[in-house]
Design a protein. Structure first.
Length: 117
């Protein structure tokens, strides 16, 4: 697929050509990403800046690993605002975009791996 919403070149470098490693890293992302997003969303709904900050901070390396355009930056902004304990409305907007983008990536990976999304 030429229109990938992500890039595995960093994983490819770590894998030293082991396709099973790349596949497993993609599987782990598709399993973990919805959980991170749910935790961030729950924090937003409960106005829990600490949960939003903690979850978004933990999610950033996963987003960087797949080089999802603008996603690590959005998560970083969410993290920074939550750390400051302000602008939940801005966090909510950033999260809506991040959630959409990440779930599109999850769907694409699942399709490429032959799984139902």
């Amino acid at each position: 697929m030429d229109d990938k919403l992500y890039d595995t070149s960093l994983i490819d470098q770590m894998s030293h050509g082991k396709e099973t490693f790349v596949r497993r890293m993609l599987e782990v992302f598709t399993e973990d990403a919805p959980d991170y997003l749910a935790r961030i969303e729950k924090g937003i709904e409960e106005n829990d800046f600490e949960e939003v900050q903690s979850s978004s901070h933990s999610f950033i390396p996963n987003l960087k690993m797949l080089q999802i355009p603008d996603a690590p930056e959005a998560a970083r902004k969410i993290n920074d605002l939550a750390k400051e304990g302000k602008d939940m409305d801005v966090i909510r907007e950033l999260f809506a975009d991040l959630n959409t983008r990440v779930m599109q990536v999850v769907k694409q990976i699942n399709e490429e791996l032959g799984k139902n999304a």
